[in-house]
Each structure stands twice: as structure tokens, then as C-alpha cells.
Ligand binder design. Structure first.
Ligand code: ATR
Length: 281
């Protein structure tokens, strides 16, 4: 790789910055697409300085991760409408000194489902969980006009999200097989090292459902294994991660992302590392 005055700078900000697959997939995608750019880990505590810093240093784009996804919203020059609705940004784009905040987690969750089903309009979707990831997924589903049911361990949190998006809510303990087209596991349960755990019993699964998990280490969670056993179509968490990265790449470069290369880079890395660290999309 050659670095010269034209090399564009990208990175990921968060604190503390734990291991992320984003530098791997983006640097590989730049290389594959022959784009003169580099993507770095940029640990960052002071989010107030991020947007001025991007402008001053001509940083073209940033991924935003824990704990800054919500806090950064008030510092950008413009918020994409979906990011504004969700109240969280995972992507910044510096458009000639004008910094826009986007949420590509939402796109990441929807695209693999659209790939399976075409449209998800009117589909009955069960979302397990009501944390940050579930929130982005729910707003994206709402935009696609899916019929959403949320279950969550903590009633208040689940009810709040359900109310915001106009979904049904049940406590996790009252979950039952209600004939959903899609079941999305959006909690951290099942992540390494607790690979035998599931947030709900396997009895709620049935063969016609498409089952998606946001956890991507292990690449196949116990929840997905159980779903596969009874014949469900499954969407592994790595797909959500890949598609959020694909959308970032497109926003930053204006080019189509080399998705197959990004996916194989992430999967081969995780296969080598499987079991070392907990990660989810
Ligand atoms: P993230 O932003 O990554 O989604 P989060 O905001 O901490 O993380 O949310 C985690 C989600 O996993 C929540 O829905 C949480 O349920 P609570 O609202 O009851 O905390 C859910 N979760 C975490 N551990 C769980 C467990 N052992 N059983 C069931 N749900 C769990």
C-alpha cells in the first residue's frame, strides 16, 4: 500500500476501542476497489472534538461505536432522517466540510432479509430484545412497513420501544409461537463465551420462519443451530455486520462495495479467531 498526499483517511471512533472487524473489511475493500484510502483505529473520548477534527484534518469518513452512537447526534451538521428517528449514528461522512450522520446498522439488518424475501412489507416479525441494536432494527422494519412484535426481558424498556414504533409488546417470559414470518434475535445472549445460551426456548421456533441472529461470534449461534435443525432458513449475524459496512463504503466512496471480498475477509478472520472474543453486529 502506498500512502501519499491524496490518500483519504477513514477510521473508527469509540472508547475504549475494543477489537473491531471494520478496519479489516474496509481496508480490504479499498484495496480491491483500487481506492487510495486508509482506515484506522481512532480511540476517542472527546466526542465534541470529532466533527471539528474531521473538518480540520480532512478525515473523509468515520464509523462510530460504543459509547458514542447516541452522543454524536448533537454534534453533526446534518442528521440523516432515519438516524434522527433512531437517535443513533454509526457513520459520519465529511462532504466538503459538511459532516452528515447516518445509521447503517438499520440498513444492515434489512438487506439480508430483503435478499431472502424481496419485500418485507406486511411480514410478521418478532424482535427479541430492545437495546440499541434492536432499536435500529425496529426502526428499519417500521420503514419497510413490517408488522412488528417485540419481546424483552425488561418490560419497561421493551414497552417504550414498542410504543415509539407502534409495535406489540410481550415480556420475554410470555413469548409464544404466534406464526411469525421472521424471528430476529437482537440480544447479546449466545455470544462467546456463553455459546450454549439462548434468550428463549427452542420451542418458539418452527420451520416456516426465517431466523436471524445479530451475534456473529460464534458465526453460528446455538439459536441459529437449533433453527437450522428444524429446517428454518437462517441469517447469521455476520450478514448484518457486512451490510452495514457495505452501506458505509457506498456512502463514503460513491462506489459499489466489493461485498464478497468484505464477507470472506470477515469470515476467514473470525474462523481463525472463533471463540476468542464476544462480538455482535
Ligand atoms: P446493544 O446496544 O448492543 O443492543 P444493550 O443496549 O445493552 O446492547 O441491549 C442488550 C439487549 O439484550 C437488551 O434487550 C437486554 O434485555 P434488557 O433490556 O432486559 O436488559 C437483552 N439481554 C441481555 N442479556 C440478556 C439475558 N441474559 N436474557 C435476556 N435478554 C438479555
Amino acid at each position: 500500500m502506498r500512502i501519499n498526499p491524496e490518500t483519504e483517511l477513514f477510521g473508527i471512533i469509540g472508547y475504549p476501542l475494543s477489537h473491531s472487524l471494520s478496519p479489516m473489511i474496509h481496508n480490504r475493500a479499498f484495496e480491491e476497489s483500487k481506492i487510495n484510502a486508509i482506515y484506522l483505529y481512532l480511540p476517542c473520548r472527546d466526542i465534541k472534538g470529532v466533527v471539528p477534527g474531521m473538518k480540520s484534518l480532512s478525515i473523509k469518513g468515520l464509523s462510530v461505536t460504543i459509547p458514542h452512537k447516541e452522543g454524536i447526534c448533537q454534534h453533526v451538521d446534518e442528521l440523516d432522517p432515519l438516524a434522527e428517528e433512531i437517535g443513533a449514528v454509526n457513520t459520519l461522512l465529511n462532504r466538503d466540510g459538511h459532516v452528515v450522520g447516518y445509521n447503517t446498522d438499520a440498513y444492515g439488518a434489512i438487506m439480508p432479509l430483503k435478499k431472502e424475501l424481496g419485500s418485507i412489507k406486511g411480514r410478521r416479525v418478532l424482535v427479541i430484545g430492545a437495546g440499541g441494536a434492536a432499536r435500529a432494527i425496529c426502526f428499519a422494519l417500521k420503514k419497510e412497513e413490517a408488522e412488528i412484535t417485540i419481546v424483552n426481558r425488561t418490560k419497561k424498556r421493551g414497552q417504550r420501544l414498542a410504543q415509539e414504533i407502534g409495535a406489540r409488546f410481550y415480556p420475554l417470559s410470555e413469548i409464544s409461537n404466534r406464526g411469525f414470518d421472521i424471528i430476529i434475535q437482537a440480544t447479546s445472549v449466545g455470544m462467546y463465551p456463553d455459546v450454549d445460551k439462548m434468550p428463549v426456548s427452542k420451542e418458539i421456533l418452527y420451520p416456516d420462519a426465517i431466523v436471524m441472529d445479530i451475534v456473529y461470534n460464534p458465526l453460528e449461534t446455538r439459536f441459529l443451530k437449533e433453527a437450522k435443525k428444524i429446517g428454518c432458513k437462517v441469517v447469521p449475524g455476520i450478514e448484518m455486520f457486512i451490510y452495514q459496512g457495505v452501506r458505509q463504503f457506498e456512502l463514503w466512496t460513491g462506489r459499489d462495495a466489493p461485498i464478497d471480498i468484505m464477507r470472506s475477509t470477515a469470515i476467514s478472520y473470525l474462523k481463525g479467531k472463533e471463540g476468542e472474543k464476544g462480538e455482535k453486529a
